[in-house]
Design a protein around this ligand. Structure first.
Ligand code: AMP
Length: 141
C-alpha cells in the first residue's frame, strides 16, 4: 500500500486538523490520542512519510524511539502513573487504523484496567487539561 498523504496524522502534521499537542522536534511530533486507553495516552509520530515499521528508515525510527524515551517519564508523572506501555501496530490485520507510523505511549496505574483500543472518545476539555499537565511536566524535566 502506498503512503496516503491525506491520512489523518499527515493532516495533523500539516496543521489542517487540530490536536492536543504535547511536543515536537525536527523529526517527530507528539499529541494526545482522542480515544485514550488511559489518561495521558499519547501518540508519537514520525514526520517522515512512512506507514509502518517496515516502511521507515532506521534513522527516522530511532528518532521516534528517542522521542518516546524523552516523553514517557513526563507523561507518567503528569498522570501519577506507575508505569507505561508502548504499543505499535503494523497493518490492518494487526489492528493499525491510521497508516502513518506512530507509537502509543499508554500510562498504567496499578490495578486500573485499560479501556479497549480506540473505543472511548474522551471529552475535549479533559484532554486539554491532561495535555497541559504533560507539557508542564516536560518543562520541569
Ligand atoms: P492504530 O490502531 O495504532 O492505527 O491507532 C490509531 C490511533 O489514533 C487510535 O488509538 C485512535 O484513537 C487515534 N486517533 C484517531 N484519530 C485521531 C485524531 N484525530 N487525533 C488523535 N488521535 C486519533
Amino acid at each position: 500500500m502506498a503512503y496516503d498523504d491525506n491520512n489523518i496524522f499527515a493532516k495533523i502534521l500539516r496543521g489542517e486538523i487540530p490536536c492536543h499537542k504535547i511536543w515536537e522536534d525536527a523529526h517527530s511530533f507528539a499529541f494526545l490520542d482522542i480515544m485514550p486507553r488511559s489518561p495521558g495516552h499519547t501518540l508519537v509520530i514520525t514526520k517522515a512519510r512512512a506507514e509502518n515499521i517496515l516502511d521507515i528508515s532506521e534513522e527516522d525510527l530511532a528518532h521516534v524511539m528517542a522521542a518516546v524515551r524523552h516523553l514517557a517519564p513526563a507523561i507518567v508523572r503528569a498522570v501519577d502513573g506507575d508505569g507505561f506501555m508502548i504499543q505499535q501496530f503494523n497493518g490492518a490485520a494487526a489492528g493499525q487504523t491510521v497508516f502513518h507510523l506512530h507509537m502509543h505511549i499508554v500510562p498504567r496505574i496499578e490495578g486500573v484496567p485499560l479501556r479497549h483500543h480506540a473505543t472511548h472518545p474522551e471529552d475535549d476539555a479533559k484532554l486539554a487539561a491532561v495535555a497541559e499537565k504533560i507539557r508542564a511536566a516536560l518543562a520541569e524535566q
